[in-house]
Design a protein around this ligand. Structure first.
Ligand code: ATP
Ligand code: MG
Ligand code: MG
Length: 547
């Protein structure tokens, strides 16, 4: 990757290492296992793992699983797959739920220090007592409960004596603080719910603010990186660590990634899945890492993209075209070149007298290591119907009556006759080839401007090709009027059912990346069967990102 200036987090890390504040750094990636990871998470993964890699530190993968209702083991597994696929390995796999006992002890310590109390108010009462940013909140009658009473009640909460919502544990900080998060924030709530790891052991669960910083501290995280909306949470993060006297992790905030034509909230992605706008979390149109992987994006391209967009301190909207640019750039280097005809038109080469021949053809002109495959050439071939015009305009360099084109990796042909059915539809073309014009050994001295892709009739295999367009019609989906689903592009998937492909496609490794000549970049889909291969278009050939 290219040279660049340090981003602001790297500056902080370098200063901390230089001053001796930390001998080495420890970061974490803390997903909540309530959905699949998306490209925004990739940004956070690259940042956290990238920092540790660059400065010789370590990164934990920590599942922030404090909300039993929305979390599932399926999500845990998909998250691990995605992080590995992106090319990162964690030092430790941790779960906030591993710390439930420790967190409970922390809460007891706060109560003992007179810094937390059990509140019997309903959530509505708590909300109405909170005040506004310009008016202080109300200190209610529960705030001055004795330590003994608080200890007794909190233990009873744990023991299941109360129903959901009957009591909460709150930090006792300052109901007049200008920072609303410091107005006696809730630390624990009662939830009689089955947890994906702790089962029915607990019926009280810590709130994000109580679990997150404490988990960071338990793991000796030096730099806890999160997105900007957590800036107002930082005083509470610091307060809890200070009052508990535990390892001083620090929180740093950067701007979350937003991308054009894309939604990136798990809640919204879940809606797309549940309401069947897409086929699942890994539908190739989804902004999920698994969707992008299925679509054929490479981990290299995603990492390069994350590196290039850098770390911002203010929210912005990144052009999805920039991501596609990196995908194209990488695929151009690694994709095997293949020929697939989407809408076949038969061509008979009337002066071709051999049975057939094999034409050695480069797999990838960008990569000499990629080798060659042999392409079958014969009397009957298919070209793309749209590559022929009976009455062409001027400067039409494809096939037309009397006109010549080169068949890629093969010969120059000339069209002599157009065959039609009774209804006037063109059914085949009769052409002649120039035997001296063989690619790589051309002595014909002829020059033609157009080159067409083609496949041999006798050897072609069936393929289905899925062409994807953007899932949303508007650039800034997050800020567009109305419901985000109002902006879904109804034509985001176009399926070509009866494409015909060169047989080499049958023998490539399943994760091979392809450039179908003149058609774009493709990858095999897992829906393929023995009788029909299915391909996803990863990205078009043209670089439309012109900035
Ligand atoms: P969502 O809003 O999509 O549900 P989240 O922040 O609730 O995302 P988490 O599982 O809590 O999802 O996120 C794990 C980590 O990924 C957090 O540190 C979070 O800040 C980071 N992250 C999530 N979305 C983005 C984004 N769009 N850009 C950068 N980082 C992100
Ligand atoms: Mg979160
Ligand atoms: Mg969320």
């Amino acid at each position: 990757s290219e040279e660049r200036n340090l981003n602001f987090i790297e500056e902080i890390v370098e200063a901390d290492l230089k001053s001796g504040k930390h001998a080495s750094i420890m970061t974490r990636f803390p997903p909540e296992p309530n959905g699949y990871l998306h490209i925004g998470h990739a940004k956070s993964i690259c940042l956290n793992f990238g920092l540790a890699k660059k400065y010789g530190g370590k990164t934990n993968l920590r599942f922030d699983d404090t909300n039993p209702v929305t979390e599932e083991t399926e999500y845990v597994e998909s998250i691990k797959d995605d992080v590995r696929w992106l090319g990162f390995e964690w030092a430790n796999e941790r779960y906030a739920s591993d710390y439930f006992e420790q967190l409970f002890e922390f809460a007891i310590l706060l109560i003992t220090k007179g810094l937390a109390y059990v509140d019997d108010s309903s959530s509505d009462e708590i909300a109405s007592q909170k005040g506004t940013p310009t008016h202080p909140g109300v200190e209610n009658q529960y705030r001055n409960r004795s330590t003994e009473e608080n200890l007794k009640l909190f233990n009873e909460m744990r023991d299941g004596k109360y129903k959901d919502g009957e009591k909460v544990l709150r930090a006792k900080i300052d109901m007049a603080s200008p920072n609303m998060h410091m107005r006696d924030p809730i630390l624990y709530r009662i939830k009689h719910a089955h947890h994906h790891r702790t089962g029915d052991k607990w019926c009280i669960y810590p709130m994000y603010d109580f679990a997150h910083g404490q988990s960071d501290s338990i793991e000796n995280i030096t730099h806890s990186i999160c997105t900007l909306e957590f800036i107002p949470h930082r005083p509470l993060y610091d307060w809890l660590i200070e009052q508990l006297g535990i390892f001083p992790s620090h929180q740093y905030e950067f701007a979350r990634l937003n991308m054009t034509y894309t939604v990136m909230s798990k809640r919204k992605l879940l809606q797309l899945v549940n309401e069947e706008y897409v086929s699942g979390w890994d539908d190739p149109r989804m902004s999920t890492i698994s969707g992008m992987r299925r679509r054929g994006y490479t981990a290299d391209a995603i990492r390069d993209f994350c590196e290039r967009i850098g770390v911002a301190k203010r929210d912005n909207l990144i052009d999805v075209g920039l991501l596609e640019f990196f995908v194209r750039e990488h695929l151009n280097k690694i994709a095997l070149r293949r020929m697939v005809v989407f809408d076949p038109l038969k061509v008979v080469i009337t002066n071709y007298t051999q049975e057939h021949e094999l034409l050695p053809s480069e797999n990838n002109p960008e990569d000499p290591e990629a080798g060659h495959r042999d392409i079958h050439f014969g009397k009957d071939i298919y070209i793309e119907r749209e590559d022929f015009m009976e009455v062409p305009p001027k400067k039409y360099f494809r096939l037309a009556p009397g006109q010549m084109v080169r068949l890629k990796n093969a010969y120059i042909i000339q069209c002599n006759e157009v065959i039609k059915d009774a209804a006037g539809n063109i059914t085949e073309l009769h052409c002649t080839y120039i035997p001296e014009s063989k690619s790589g050994a051309d002595t014909s001295g002829m020059h033609v401007k157009g080159t067409l892709h083609w496949v041999s009739v006798a050897h072609a295999i069936k393929a289905e090709v899925r062409l994807y367009d953007r899932l949303f019609k508007v650039e800034d989906v997050g800020n567009a009027e109305g419901d985000f689903k109002d902006h879904i592009n109804a034509n985001s998937l176009h399926v070509v059912q009866n494409a015909l492909a060169e047989p080499a496609l049958q023998n490539d490794p399943p994760d091979a990346r392809y450039q179908f000549l003149r058609k774009g970049y493709y990858i095999l889909d897992r829906d393929s069967t023995k009788d029909k291969l299915v391909f996803n278009r990863t990205v078009t050939l043209k670089d439309t990102w012109a900035k």
